[in-house]
Write a protein that binds this ligand. Structure first.
Ligand code: HSE
Length: 430
């Protein structure tokens, strides 16, 4: 039994949560560790965030921690990617174990990092990077390791889920809901990462790499955020029996290709994943042996994220190791991801119609006649606030996305003033 010395880099929202747990709950943590642990060093942008403790030394330069012989584990919770990479590579080369919550770093340089970790016989863990308190990285690498993951549908951004839930339940406008999410410490330093779907895509990239033994491949993923979703979309979707969630979607297709994308999605309200609100995240997975599996928990926030980081510390103190992306780095393959235009599925189609022209009962029906590939499953009409426009909302049966776009382009523009579509996902399982 040896003692492992921990250094914490970053004392922001998550870092302060790690600091709190490591100081207040150290006895419980050590009860669960074969090798006991102790926080001995901290580095942060400013020393004013640090509450002096006799046994914990403050470092102005985090890179110095990678040189300290006495440090065994570095926990990095900073947003700056370049500093994080420099720290990681120096730490791994100097034989330190490394814990990161840095999604962008793992996404953009994951393959290189996996190689480096193996070259130096090191260990990196990043449970907090995806789904915060949900142990989904461990689930994919350990509990579900006997499975080929065929598909998953995941709510992976607490900020977006919070915004959509608040808009839906409290009629709150987008900006006020975002402000609340920021005040609660859910949002990224740059919240466009959350609302534009980039954070979700980072997490999808990491999970897809683990699920399919792929090199992380962020650049090939189709990404659409929630900034175009308004209360009218949410209400119409609800009338049709659906809720709108920002989903990360992964599907194994034929010929070794995969579908991987992030977009706002209509999900039937009868599905459990549609009921997961607030800052909770959820991952609905289908594995070839385990069948359907559902994980839910807090996907953002100070202590939930710190909880995942401390779990990684405890793993390291018990010598529990797994490959970075679930197999040796040189066996990771390039993922072949199909283009979004080739998606085949259902859609919610919303058309804003000219008030007068739409009064002719046949005018709307005519849009979908004459060889149109669009087939309406259910639909209804409503009007905008001022009653100057009629809004037509419909669920349409499965169609190839490029065909849908081509059909929309053919609509009579005197009648159809504007149009939009939102993809519908009908998952299996719960
Ligand atoms: N901004 C992220 C979210 C934090 O809202 O989910 C957790 O990764």
């Amino acid at each position: 039994v040896k003692k492992l010395n921990i250094a914490l880099v970053g004392l922001g929202n998550v870092g302060s949560g790690v600091y709190q747990i490591l100081t207040k709950e150290i006895d419980l943590i050590n009860l669960r560790c074969k090798n006991k642990i102790e926080l001995v060093a901290v580095s942060a942008r400013s020393k004013k965030d640090f509450i002096d403790q006799a046994k914990v030394k403050f470092y102005d330069n985090p890179l110095d921690l990678a040189e300290e012989k006495a440090i065994d584990i570095i926990i990095e919770v900073i947003t700056e990617e370049k500093t994080a990479y420099d720290l990681l590579s120096k730490a791994i080369k100097n034989g330190k174990k490394y814990i990161s919550a840095n999604k962008a770093l793992l996404t953009n340089r994951g393959f290189e990092i996996a190689g480096l970790v193996e070259e130096y016989n090191g260990h990196i863990a990043f449970e907090a990077a995806v789904g915060a308190a949900i142990p989904i990285v461990k689930s994919f690498k350990e509990g579900l390791a006997a499975n080929k993951i065929q598909e998953f549908y995941a709510i992976l951004n607490g900020t977006c889920n919070y915004i959509l839930s608040k808009m839906s339940a409290e009629n709150l406008d987008f900006d006020s809901a975002l402000k609340q999410a920021q005040d609660l410490g859910y949002a990224e330093f740059d919240p466009t990462f959350d609302i534009e779907g980039i954070d979700t895509a980072h997490k999808l990239t990491i999970l897809a790499a683990i699920a399919g033994n792929f090199k992380p491949h962020f650049d090939n993923i189709y990404i659409e955020g929630i900034t175009t979703i308004n209360i009218s979309d949410i209400k119409m979707a609800f009338e049709l029996g659906y809720k709108i969630k920002l989903l990360a979607i992964y599907k194994n297709l034929d010929q070794n290709s995969t579908f991987q994308a992030v977009y706002p999605t209509l999900i039937p309200i009868t599905k459990k994943i549609a009921t997961i609100d607030d800052s909770y995240n959820a991952i609905l997975t289908y594995g070839n042996n385990c069948d359907w599996n559902f994980h839910v928990g807090r996907g953002a926030g100070r202590l939930p994220t710190a909880s995942a980081i401390i779990a990684d510390v405890i793993d390291m103190a018990n010598d529990r190791f797994t490959y970075t992306f679930n197999c040796k780095a040189d066996l990771l393959e390039d993922a072949k991801i199909i283009a979004i235009n080739d998606r085949h599925g259902k859609y919610f189609l919303k058309l804003s119609l000219d008030y007068k022209l739409s009064k002719d009962n046949n005018s709307v029906a005519k849009l979908f006649l004459g060889g149109s590939k669009i087939n309406i499953e259910t639909s209804f009409f409503t009007s905008n606030k001022n009653g100057t426009e009629i809004i037509f909302g419909a669920i349409i049966t499965a169609i190839k996305e490029s065909d849908l776009i081509a059909e929309i382009a053919k609509f009579d523009q005197n009648l159809v003033k504007s149009s939009k579509f939102i993809r519908v996902e009908e998952t299996g399982g719960f």
